[in-house]
Structures are given as C-alpha cells and as structure tokens.
Design a protein. Sequence first.
Length: 94
Amino acid sequence: MSGRTPTRACPERTCVGCRERAAKDDLLRIVAVGGACAPDPRGTLPGRGAYVHPAPVCLDLAIRRRAFPRALRAQGALETADLRRYVERQPVTP
C-alpha cells in the first residue's frame, strides 16, 4: 500500500472578501467584462477570475477592500451593481 487516500483532492480557492480558503465549488467565480464584474457560476468565461463566497457579506468586504480590480488586474474601478443583484438573488445556505 502506498498510503494514499482513494478520494480525489478538491481544488481550493481563497475568497477575496473574507480571505478564507474554501472548496472551489462553494465559491462564485467573478470575471471582468467590459469594465464591470460579471458572475461566472459555471466557470467557463474567458479571462482571469477572482473567487468570492456568494453572500452579501463577503461581496461587501471585497468591494470595500477594492479586491476585484486588484485580483482581476484591471485598470481603475469596476462596476459591481449587476454582481450585487446576482448575489442577492441567490438562496441563503446555512
């Protein structure tokens, strides 16, 4: 026996809002599209991505810390109104 576990490793990402590490499936991928932050729930949009918990608290922290332009390497501020509406429509998980 090699000592390896039979389960596959789950990729982890860091939330740009609260800075906690979580499974990639538990976070929402955000990409910059034309000067605005766009949600990418399927993870298929091209470009650099940033990850955030799909909760208003983490989104507010990320906006206050100006984390999206830094993580996405964008010049200037990014519009987040559409992203906020998307997160607020998501069901709350315990």
